[in-house]
Design a protein around this ligand. Structure first.
Ligand code: NAD
Ligand code: DAU
Length: 338
């Protein structure tokens, strides 16, 4: 199997590469990653040793037509899994431009290069955020209309629609997966769980938006990786599959669980100004993925959180090493406004 993985130096992409190489033997993977602030080759140091000649890293953007075409032909790529994206909602509010360049234009370029090459299957990694926000009841299904509320989710919904058009117009074998909030090793500490861990371990205030009542459906990253692998082997071209963790929690519940694990006081919680356009609740109905792919989340939130926080506790040097000047500058600017 010859696979191009894009964005493989990010959080989910690097976990997926470990998953793939642990599961398959007859495998060759090219990882194309631009190494933005969120991409980190340190995530992959163990993988490079394990995979040896069956793994190649190339630094570059999915929006680069010549580079992508060269890679597809040089390595005779059969499958593509597109993780590459600008992924943080707050950054999309601060500056939407790179979200359009990568998530929309980059995805279209990748699809077009792949169509010309004749790829067997293209898995596009999308998100529950394309559906917008839920009230207190109900869940998102694959038939829920797209109603994105942030520049990030609008860029992901746009990419999903371009994928759809490639299937309808060219019969191009694209499968879209939409997942809820991931957590686990190697997540960049701008996202709620690693940010809370980092702040709490330094006894710094933890910024909770609004009243902390917003709800996310949390999934351990390895469960998401298994779902993507199932979509690669069994997903039907042109279809969308939802993945979720069956673990709805308010942000306050999540933050308190982390503080309790670390033995830190709840007084570290600091309620700050809400995120503009903040979606209230996400919850995924993944019955289609269960029926057609055999997908189910294997860990409860409590099990997954313990694994995650244990990993962060044992890898404090990892978290410290990726705190670049750019990260600190964004955090300072963003939270100064709240
Ligand atoms: P991340 O920000 O941790 O990683 C993104 C990776 O993409 C980084 O390595 C970055 O360097 C790379 N990248 C950015 N722009 C690029 C470009 N133009 N060309 C090539 N590489 C580029 O993101 P993540 O959390 O791992 O998310 C991966 C994918 O999964 C994204 O498409 C995201 O929308 C989707 N997703 C994320 C979650 C979540 O909870 N994190 C949930 C559902 C879906
Ligand atoms: O639902 C899937 C999405 O999950 C992915 O598509 C995105 O790429 C990923 O970033 C994530 O988006 P969220 O906006 O839900 O994740 P984040 O960790 O930024 O925020 C989770 C919740 O915590 C959200 O309700 C906002 C809140 N929050 C976040 C931060 C960073 C806070 O209260 N304080 C914070 O400092």
């Amino acid at each position: 199997m010859k696979i191009l993985v894009t964005g493989g130096a990010g959080f989910i992409g690097s976990n997926f590469l470990y998953y793939l190489f642990a599961k398959y033997e007859n495998l060759f993977v090219v990882n194309l990653d631009k190494l933005t602030y969120a991409g980190n080759l340190k995530n992959l140091s163990e993988l490079e040793k394990k995979a040896g000649k069956n793994y190649v890293f190339i630094r570059g953007g999915i929006e680069e037509e010549k580079l992508v075409t060269e890679i597809l032909h040089k390595y005779d790529i059969e499958y593509i899994i597109n993780f590459a994206a600008e992924s943080h909602v707050d950054r999309s509010i601060d500056n939407p431009y790179p979200f359009i360049t990568t998530n929309v234009l980059g995805t279209q370029n990748l699809l077009e290069c792949a169509r010309k090459k004749g790829i067997k299957k293209f898995i596009h990694i999308s998100t529950d955020e394309v559906y917008g926000s839920l009230g207190k009841e109900g869940k998102f299904t694959e038939n829920t209309p797209l109603a994105p509320n942030s520049p990030y989710s609008a860029s992901k919904a746009s990419a999903d629609l371009i994928c759809r058009s490639y299937y309808k117009t060219y019969n191009f074998p694209v499968v879209i997966t939409r997942c809820s909030n991931n957590y686990g090793p190697y997540q960049f500490p701008e996202k709620l769980i690693p940010l809370t861990f980092l702040k709490a371990s330094k006894n710094e205030p933890i910024p909770v938006y609004g009243k902390g009542e917003n709800i996310r459906d949390w999934i351990f990253v390895e469960d998401h990786c298994r779902g993507i692998d199932l979509a690669l082997s069994k997903g039907k071209p042109g279809k969308v599959y939802n993945f979720g963790g069956q673990a709805e929690k308010t942000n306050l519940e999540v933050v308190k669980a982390i503080l309790d694990f670390l033995g830190k006081p709840h007084t570290l919680i600091k309620f700050v100004q809400d995120r503009p356009g903040h979606d209230f609740r996400y919850a995924m109905d993944f019955s289609l993925a269960s029926k057609e792919l055999g997908f189910y989340p294997s860990l409860t939130f409590e099990q997954g959180l313990e694994k995650t926080l244990t990993w962060y506790t044992q890898n404090l040097s990892w978290i410290e090493s990726i705190l670049s000047g750019e990260y600190l500058e964004f955090m300072r600017k963003w939270y100064a406004k709240r």
